[in-house]
Design a protein around this ligand. Structure first.
Ligand SMILES: Cc1cc2nc3c(=O)[nH]c(=O)nc-3n(C[C@H](O)[C@H](O)[C@H](O)COP(=O)(O)OP(=O)(O)OC[C@H]3O[C@@H](n4cnc5c(N)ncnc54)[C@H](O)[C@@H]3O)c2cc1C
Ligand SMILES: NC(=O)c1ccc[n+]([C@@H]2O[C@H](COP(=O)([O-])OP(=O)(O)OC[C@H]3O[C@@H](n4cnc5c(N)ncnc54)[C@H](O)[C@@H]3O)[C@@H](O)[C@H]2O)c1
Length: 454
């Protein structure tokens, strides 16, 4: 049996595992990563990157269709969706190649196979040709510390199974070669909204069915209502408070189930007694440490935030803690959120937002922004919460083009604890000025808005 020894072994090459491995090597550790499918994990292969590529493709189509507003006469040929999917796959392959170059330049040992715990320091790696796990052992990996970054897979709802044809998950939806005539999307979270936006934009009749009484149930109600209105305008049939979505499934060519994610926890955790919490996510403390001292879990599999960038943050921080022997907590990140509807929405709050009882609110619509006018993107607004006493900005919510970029500036403002936002830092004409204008509106001093009737 081939047994290799490492300081750290990482399970999974998604954003969490990739970042943990590279950071640990940068700090001088000898690191192996075991990945059973493709470098890049969910994010690159069937998550963030393919959805945003298809969204951008739709956006490009819409820009061409609106190019007459800028003085062009362009006739668009009928869209061949299979070509768009092929382009997406080529882009993913290129990004994957880049990631593999980074790994090999840092001398991370990558082992292709499925990892299972044998004991608290040893992983058995099984071969999994064509995705099917075999009993053939490729090697064993012995490591002082192990970081689990095995991610999640799509959840299914009671009374249904994914058949890869009619009833599909987001993974299959992102590889459809032809736009279906109609599709029922069950689940009005981030994935459901992004899929409804993309497929309706390319001509599929969409019904989006959500169990709760609004889309994105954990988001600010004004934001979720604005997203609902924009989807309706795009021709999506939005149903909320809908507990029996499957009842009408027969009427649809495709049924896409996007009701959350289930952890990849089939790692032999029971062999060493690693505790799992609700829904099977691995239980961790604030240092991403499991109940077994030398074993850590980062990213989606630990179920704190199911986002690529929080997985990266946890991966980097855990690598630092493990190699340097630090105990720095991974629970004080400000987490900006963005959803790629048309237009996008985004939000960010200070961590203790609920403590502020005397927040005042301001709002600036993009119809009042010169830059939004130039961009031809006048839908939406920026909303800002400000502490009335200290004048400190506390939260931003945005619906509008480029809100996914604007929110990073908003996050930096909140993270830095800035006491006020000033015009001297803002270029004109820019969309970022809308952050300032919403902030000033909360304090009753925005000079860019019509005065409210007294
Ligand atoms: C459709 C969709 C869109 C999304 N859009 C966004 C977005 O825009 N922004 C954002 O921040 N997040 C987005 N996400 C979420 C994001 O993809 C995840 O939060 C992120 O990929 C989590 O990273 P991770 O490293 O924890 O796990 P993953 O990326 O899931 O990687 C885990 C890896 O571990 C491997 N693995 C599992 N078990 C084993 C084993 N036993 N042995 C070896 N390898 C194993 C898997 O094959 C996988 O490659 C989206 C998700 C989906 C599904
Ligand atoms: N832009 C982004 O950052 C982005 C995009 C996509 C996904 N993600 C991440 O991926 C994760 C998974 O996304 P998701 O949208 O699958 O999960 P989610 O948990 O965000 O949303 C699932 C939705 O399905 C609803 N639901 C559950 N059971 C239902 C039922 N039987 N019938 C109808 N509705 C039902 C829930 O109420 C919820 O609103 C998210 O947590 C998110 O963090 C992020």
């Amino acid at each position: 049996m081939n047994l290799s020894e490492y300081d750290i072994a990482v399970i999974g090459l998604g954003p969490g595992g990739f970042t943990a491995a590279v950071r640990a090597v940068q700090l001088g550790a000898k690191v192996a990563v075991i990945e059973k499918f493709f470098t890049g994990g969910t994010c690159l292969n069937c998550g963030c990157i393919p959805t945003k590529f298809l969204w951008q493709s739709l956006k490009t189509k819409q820009k061409i269709q609106k190019s007459y507003e800028y003085g062009f006469k362009v006739v668009l040929e009928p869209v061949i969706f299979a070509d768009i999917i092929a382009k997406k796959d080529r882009n993913i392959a290129n990004i994957r190649k880049g990631m593999e170059m980074i790994l090999s330049s840092h001398k991370v040992d990558v082992i292709n196979g499925t990892a299972l715990f044998k004991d608290k320091n040893t992983l058995v790696v099984l071969s999994n040709e064509r995705g099917a796990v075999s009993k053939d052992v490729i090697c064993e990996v012995f490591a002082d510390k192990i970081i689990i970054a095995s991610g999640t897979k799509p959840s299914i709802i009671k009374g249904s199974v994914f058949d890869g044809n009619k009833v599909i998950s987001s993974t299959e939806a992102l590889n459809l070669k032809k736009i279906p005539k109609n599709m029922l999307i069950i689940g009005g979270g981030a994935i459901g909204i992004e899929m409804a936006t993309i497929f309706s934009g390319f001509g599929c009749q969409i019904t989006l069915s959500e169990y709760e009484n609004c889309l994105l149930p954990n988001e600010d109600k004004e934001i979720s209502e604005e997203i609902r209105k924009n989807l309706l305008r795009q021709g999506v049939n939005v149903l909320t408070s809908c507990a029996n979505a499957l009842d009408n499934a027969d009427k649809y060519e495709k049924v896409l189930i996007v009701t959350g994610r289930t952890p990849n926890n089939d790692l032999g955790l029971e062999n060493i007694g690693i505790k799992t919490a609700k829904k099977g996510f691995i239980e961790t403390n604030e240092f991403c440490q499991t109940n077994i001292e030398n074993i850590y879990a980062v990213g989606d599999v630990a179920g704190k935030n199911l986002l690529a960038y929080t997985a990266q943050n946890e991966g980097a921080l855990t690598a630092e803690n493990v190699v340097k022997g630090n105990f720095i907590a991974a629970d004080n990140f400000i987490v900006p959120q963005a959803v790629f509807a048309m237009p996008q929405s985004a939000s960010v709050k200070v961590l203790d937002f609920s403590k502020y009882k005397d927040a005042v609110f301001g709002k600036f619509p993009f119809t009042a922004s010169g830059r939004a006018f130039i961009e031809g993107e006048r839908t939406g607004f920026v909303k800002c919460a400000v502490d009335k006493t200290t004048k400190r900005p506390l939260a931003f919510w945005i619906v509008g083009a480029h809100s996914d970029e604007l929110i990073n500036t908003a996050s930096q403002i909140l993270k830095s604890g800035m006491e006020y936002i000033s015009r001297e830092t803002m270029f004109h004409p820019s969309l970022s000025e809308s952050l300032l204008n919403a902030y000033e509106d909360a304090l009753g001093k925005c000079t860019e808005l019509v005065k409210n009737k007294d």
